[in-house]
Design a binder for this molecule. Structure first.
Ligand code: SAM
Length: 197
């Protein structure tokens, strides 16, 4: 159950982040350097905007955020928001119109939860697989990709399928992840292209 009064929620309120999720990206980037200053970053499933705020703290980084939902006024520099479903070609075309090559694709996207752990897992795997292949079509060679996956029996097979296209792959659960949550993050660095093994 979501505890709105938890420590990261309060911290986000205090520090002006739009979501407690911001602290997950801060931790992920500190540990794995997924993006660097001056790079082009694509934030998939960006609403309400915490991750984009974190990326924008770097003075020269350009960010494109995509979500099904509106984020409202973001007031960020070097930021473009696209409202749409990342699994639809129309949205992909809009993302590519902004830039045809991204240094990093960061995805915190998740399906709506249903209360069934199995169904949520299956939906998450399906969504992440689509986001992964989309990311491969916009990532520069050597680029990095992070995605959120709900744990379950198909996770290992998905990670195996994705990792062969990258130099480096790790799974990580940030401290800011809510207690009892079954989400985790897969970090992949050094995109090698979509060649088959
Ligand atoms: C946990 S929230 C992201 C929080 C965000 N990282 C932040 O820091 O504020 C997950 C988001 O993924 C979005 N999402 C889920 N499926 C999507 C899809 N197919 N295309 C675009 N966005 C999607 C949801 O609308 C939701 O806003």
């Amino acid at each position: 159950m979501y505890n709105r009064q938890d420590a990261f929620y309060k911290k986000a309120k205090r520090e002006g982040y739009r979501s407690r999720a911001a602290y997950k990206l801060i931790e992920l980037n500190k540990k794995y350097e997924i993006y660097r200053n001056g790079q082009y970053v694509l934030d998939v499933g960006c609403a309400p905007g915490g991750w984009s705020q974190v990326v924008a703290q770097m003075s020269k980084t350009r960010i494109v955020g995509v979500d099904l939902l509106e984020t409202g006024e973001m007031e960020l520099d070097r930021y473009t928001f696209i409202q749409g479903d990342i699994t639809e070609q129309e949205t992909v075309d809009k993302v590519l119109a902004v830039s045809s090559g991204y240094d990093a694709v960061i995805s915190d996207a998740a399906p709506n939860t249903s209360g069934s752990k199995l169904l949520d897992h299956v939906n998450s795997i399906e969504l992440v697989r689509k986001i992964f292949y989309f990311a491969c079509s916009v990532l520069k060679p050597g680029g990095n990709f992070v995605c959120k996956v709900f744990e379950g029996e198909d996770r290992d097979a998905l990670v195996k399928e994705m990792r062969v296209h990258f130099e480096f792959c790790k799974q990580f659960r940030p401290e800011a992840t809510r207690k009892g949550s079954f989400e985790m993050y897969v970090i992949m660095k050094g995109f090698k292209g979509l060649k088959s093994e």
